[in-house]
Design a binder for this molecule. Structure first.
Ligand SMILES: Nc1ncnc2c1ncn2[C@@H]1O[C@H](COP(=O)(O)OP(=O)(O)OP(=O)(O)O)[C@@H](O)[C@H]1O
Length: 280
């Protein structure tokens, strides 16, 4: 089956400093195939390249190496038939300051055939967001909520959300994550790529995790499989059997219990453990 999101050898370099010819690699030959219906948590420290990856996947930024495809079509030449099936909320909400939430939805309804105004209003109400206020009058958290409501309004098959809950209060975050989780239960498979630093929130909703560091994909795995088979264990030295090793906390290794059976008794895996071992 065609992956919902695919990247092959996707690479991007940017100038290291304003007046220098040196270049920094922001995306490092990324290969990726995200199956339809996956809800993928994109995790990495600040500057890992998460937003840049999303923009390249969406064709909003042109990579200087490799290619990407969304729903089987090249990211840099997406036909309208695929654009209509995409939803995207950027890290910084991209709104029209003078328009209210309802006016944003009307604008969308004029472009997209299947905008569900009732569903959008219901989600806004669940998130305690007023759709009658101009975007410029909304708090940053409410602007983020509106961006998410808009990204979901036309019931997209593929949703890319860049830190959608960073400015949300805990109750809105919980409601939003529930809405995201409910999407997985819809009959049609729906694919979601969502970046967040709020790992305990992600743990509840994702089917897969994608860890990035310095523009590279370190790990892409089904979360249930990771929880079942991976453990972080104390290890003073790098062992050939370890998948990753970190010198932090006296040394810790990421191991697979099928190759390292004594790790089976270690405490269960959390995303925080994984991030720490993969990033220190
Ligand atoms: N157009 C650009 N020009 C210069 N540097 C850029 C450009 N685009 C991205 N970068 C750099 O690429 C790196 C990755 O940035 P990106 O925003 O993708 O990271 P991120 O993982 O989303 O970070 P965060 O968690 O802080 O949002 C950063 O060091 C950023 O400064």
């Amino acid at each position: 089956m065609t992956p919902a999101i695919e990247a092959r050898q996707l690479g991007l370099q940017v100038p290291s400093q304003q007046w220098s010819s040196a270049r920094t690699r922001v995306l490092d030959r990324i290969d990726l195939a995200i199956p339809e219906g996956a809800v993928v948590g994109l995790v990495g420290r600040n500057g890992a390249g998460k937003s840049t990856l999303m923009r390249c996947l969406l064709g909003l930024q042109t990579p200087d190496e490799g290619n990407a495809w969304l729903l089987g079509e090249p990211s840099l030449a997406l036909p309208d038939s695929v654009r209509e099936r995409l939803g995207y909320a950027a890290q910084t909400p991209d709104l029209f300051a003078r328009l209210t939430g309802l006016e944003h939805l009307d604008e969308m309804a004029a472009i997209y055939p299947n905008v569900d105004l009732r569903g959008a209003a219901a989600l806004a109400a669940r998130l305690d967001l007023s759709l009658g206020m101009r975007a410029s009058a909304l708090s940053l958290g409410d602007q983020q909520k509106l961006a998410v409501v808009l990204a979901l309004a036309h019931d997209p098959d593929l949703l890319l959300l860049d830190e959608p809950v960073a400015s949300l209060d805990p109750i809105s975050r919980r409601d939003f994550m529930r809405a995201l989780f409910a999407m997985r239960r819809k009959p049609a498979p729906r694919t979601v790529l969502v970046s967040s630093h709020l790992l305990s929130d992600l743990e509840r909703v994702v089917s897969h995790v994608l860890f990035m560091r310095d523009g590279e994909v370190q790990l892409f795995i089904e979360w249930d499989e990771a929880v079942e088979n991976l453990r972080c264990v104390p290890a003073r030295e790098r062992d050939a059997m370890a998948l990753h090793w970190s010198a932090a906390q006296g040394g810790r290794a990421l191991v697979d219990v099928r190759q390292w059976p004594e790790a089976a008794g270690e405490p269960g895996l959390s995303m925080e453990d994984l991030l720490e071992v993969l990033n220190t």
